[in-house]
Write a protein that binds this ligand. Structure first.
Ligand code: GLU
Ligand code: ZN
Length: 466
C-alpha cells in the first residue's frame, strides 16, 4: 500500500435526510470514503437538512446507522464533531447569513421581488419566443430607491446570485473530463429562499469549501449545477473543490433503481440479512473497475479504488451479483457468527450442516422444518422422482433404516441389494422423501440428526399408494 505518494484528500458524503439511504447514494458514499482512505485523508459526513418540511431526524439517525453498518466511518460529522462544526446545515444559518451579506454588499447578489405568477409569465414568454426559460434579470436593475420602496411596502424577496457576464467556466470533471459552460447561458439563480433559508446550490457549495473538501463525488444529476457553484465560490473568493459526477444506478431492466425493483435502500438489504460486506463488494464494482476481481474486505478496498476508473455510463444493480458476494461473504464467517446471523439459537450441528445452503436467514426456516417439523408439499419434479422409485422402494428403505442404526452408508448398502437401484436412482428418491428437496446439505449427518420416528414416518408415507 503506497499511501506515502498520495496527497491526503478531504472527501465528504452530504445526504439530505428525506428518506433512507438509497443504494445509489450508498455507492457514492463508499467511493468518497475509499478515496479519502486511499490517500490517508479525511472523510466528512454533512447532513443537508435545510428543507425543514422534508427533512426528518429519524431519517438522519437511520442514515447514520446504516452508514455505520456499512462500515463507512466518518472523521468529522454531526455526532463526532470536528474543526468545521456544526455539520448539520440547519445549524449553520449564521454562516450563510454572513456570506449572503457579503455577496449583497459586493453587488454579487440582489433581492428579487418577483412573484411566482410574474416568474411563470416570464418563462412562458421566453418559451414562446423559442428561448430557454431562465430568470430574465428583472430585479437586477432595480435602484436602491426602488428596492427601499419595495421593502417599505413589505414585499417579500428572495436573494439571487448575479451571474457574471461573458464568462467561460471550465473545469475538469474527474469522471466526465473537461467541461465548458458559458455564463451567459445561465440565469441568476436563487441562493436564499423567501423564508430566509439557503438554497441547495448555495449551502452545498460554500460548505464544501468551508469544510476544506478537496474532492466532491456525487451523482450525475448535479453536473450542470457545478458551473453555478464554481461561479459562486469564485465570487466569494473561496477555493473550489475538484468535482466528479458518477453515473446513475439502474435496476436490472435499465430503469433508474426504484421501489418497483424491490429493495432499494441499504436498510432493506440489512433487514433481509444481507451482510454489509456483500453489499459493499457489489457496490465497489458498480461503475468502477478495480484491479481486483476477488472478494475484498472493506479495509482492503481503499488501495484498489481507482477514481480514474469510475464510469460515465449508468451501472446496473444485479441481484445475482449481490447473491454471489453474499455467498462468498458467508463463507468467511465462523459457525458462531453464522449462528448469530441466523438469529435463532440453532444447535451448532445444525448450523454447520445448513450454512452452505442458506443465503439469507429466512432460508434456514425450511431446514429447521426438515429436522423438526413438517415438510412442505413436494414440487412436481420431486413427485415424479418419488413416483418413479415406487412404493416398494420406500418400504425397503424403511426396513433398511431399522437395520442401519441411522448410518446412511449401511442404509444405502442394504437398499441397493434389495432394490437393485444405485447412484442417483437410489439417492434422489431417498433424499426427497427425507428432506422434501432434491438438493441440500449432506444427507449422512442430516440423517443422524433426525428423530427415528420422523424418518420412519417420512419413508413409510411413500411406501403405500396415496
Ligand atoms: N444533498 C445533496 C443530495 O443528496 C448532495 C449533493 C452533493 O453531493 O453535492 O443530492
Ligand atoms: Zn425579480
Amino acid at each position: 500500500m503506497s499511501l506515502i505518494n498520495e496527497t491526503p484528500l478531504v472527501t465528504r458524503f452530504a445526504p439530505s435526510p428525506t428518506g433512507s439511504l438509497h443504494l445509489g447514494n450508498a455507492r457514492t458514499a463508499l467511493f468518497s470514503f475509499l478515496w479519502a482512505r486511499k490517500s490517508g485523508g479525511k472523510f466528512i459526513l454533512r447532513i443537508e437538512d435545510t428543507d425543514s418540511e422534508r427533512s426528518e431526524a429519524r431519517f438522519r439517525d437511520q442514515l447514520m446507522d446504516d452508514m455505520r453498518w456499512l462500515g463507512l466511518d466518518w472523521d468529522e460529522g454531526p455526532d463526532v464533531g470536528g474543526p468545521s462544526a456544526p455539520y448539520s446545515q440547519a445549524e449553520r444559518g449564521e454562516f450563510y447569513r454572513r456570506l449572503f451579506a457579503e455577496l449583497a454588499s459586493r453587488g454579487a447578489a440582489y433581492p428579487c421581488y418577483c412573484t411566482a405568477e410574474e416568474l411563470e409569465l416570464s418563462r412562458k414568454l421566453q418559451r414562446m419566443s423559442g428561448k430557454p426559460p431562465r430568470y430574465a434579470g428583472t430585479c437586477r436593475a432595480l435602484t436602491d430607491a426602488q428596492r427601499a420602496e419595495r421593502e417599505r411596502r413589505g414585499s417579500s424577496s428572495t436573494l439571487r446570485f448575479a451571474i457574471p457576464e461573458n464568462q467561460i467556466i471550465e473545469f475538469t470533471d474527474v469522471v466526465h473530463g473537461p467541461q465548458r459552460f458559458a455564463s451567459n447561458d445561465i440565469g441568476d439563480f436563487i441562493i436564499r429562499r423567501e423564508d430566509g433559508t439557503p438554497a441547495f446550490f448555495f449551502c452545498n457549495a460554500v460548505d464544501d469549501s468551508a469544510m476544506g473538501v478537496t474532492h466532491v463525488l456525487r451523482g450525475d444529476d448535479h453536473l450542470t449545477n457545478t458551473p453555478r457553484q464554481i461561479m459562486l465560490l469564485n465570487a466569494l473568493g473561496m477555493r473550489c473543490p475538484d468535482y466528479g459526477h458518477v453515473g446513475l444506478l439502474l435496476g436490472e431492466d435499465g430503469a433508474p433503481l426504484s421501489k418497483r425493483h424491490g429493495s432499494t435502500s441499504a436498510h432493506e438489504f440489512r433487514e433481509r440479512g444481507f451482510l454489509s460486506i456483500a453489499v459493499l463488494n457489489h457496490l465497489f464494482r458498480l461503475g468502477h473497475t478495480s484491479d481486483v476481481e476477488d472478494w475484498l474486505p472493506l479495509a482492503e478496498m481503499a488501495p484498489h479504488f481507482r477514481p480514474q476508473h469510475l464510469g460515465r455510463a449508468p451501472a446496473r444493480f444485479e441481484q445475482s451479483q449481490l447473491l454471489h458476494w453474499q455467498k462468498v461473504s458467508l463463507e468467511q464467517l465462523s459457525a458462531e457468527a453464522i449462528g448469530l446471523w441466523l438469529g435463532a439459537d440453532d444447535p451448532t450441528q445444525f448450523i454447520e450442516l445448513v450454512r452452505h445452503n442458506v443465503m439469507l436467514p429466512a432460508d434456514a426456516v425450511a431446514w429447521r422444518a426438515v429436522l423438526r417439523g413438517e415438510l412442505a408439499p413436494l414440487g412436481a419434479e420431486e413427485q415424479r422422482i418419488v413416483a418413479a422409485a415406487g412404493t416398494d422402494f420406500f418400504a425397503a428403505a424403511a426396513d433398511a433404516y431399522e437395520q442401519s442404526n441411522a448410518d446412511l452408508k449401511s442404509l444405502t448398502g442394504i437398499l441397493k441389494q434389495r432394490t437393485g437401484r444405485k447412484g442417483a436412482d437410489l439417492f434422489m428418491p431417498l433424499r426427497i422423501a427425507l428432506t422434501g428437496q432434491a438438493h441440500g446439505p449432506e444427507l449422512a449427518p442430516l440423517l443422524k440428526l433426525m428423530a427415528p420416528q420422523m424418518v420412519r414416518r417420512r419413508l413409510l408415507s411413500h411406501a403405500q399408494n396415496p
